[in-house]
Design a binder for this molecule. Sequence first.
Ligand SMILES: [Zn+2]
Length: 149
Amino acid sequence: MNVQAGQRPDGESPGEGTRQRRAVVDYALQRRARLAEVYAGRASLHDVCDAHPYLLRAAAFHGQLSDVSCPVCRKEQLSEVHYVYGDALKAMSGQAKAPRELADMAQRLREFTVYVVEVCRSCRWNHLTMSFVMGQGSARPSRRRAATE
Ligand SMILES: [Zn+2]
């Protein structure tokens, strides 16, 4: 089997969406280590397939179906849920958002962090796969400061 972590699914425009992401952290190694524990019998399914009901609900309403099938039960494709955190979000912090909402928020907000959690709605396997920062940021920092009058 050929499992390549970090491979982008086709059909997603590599331009807009990804250009806005920064400080990307990939948790593929931790994920693989966790799965190795499961396959070796060192971690029980009870421990790893423990998705909270809130997470399952978020997957149903805001999740994006990936083309990766569940590594544990292989019964269905994983859903990706995007959680947003940050001071700029105020009460919205900690909520799950659909990908198209993220792009919209990135236009309006200065900075927020997105955590991507994959979840299987069949066996409840779940794992953090990626985090990144979006938003307009405080780009052009040093040049501005010199221009104060
Ligand atoms: Zn599963």
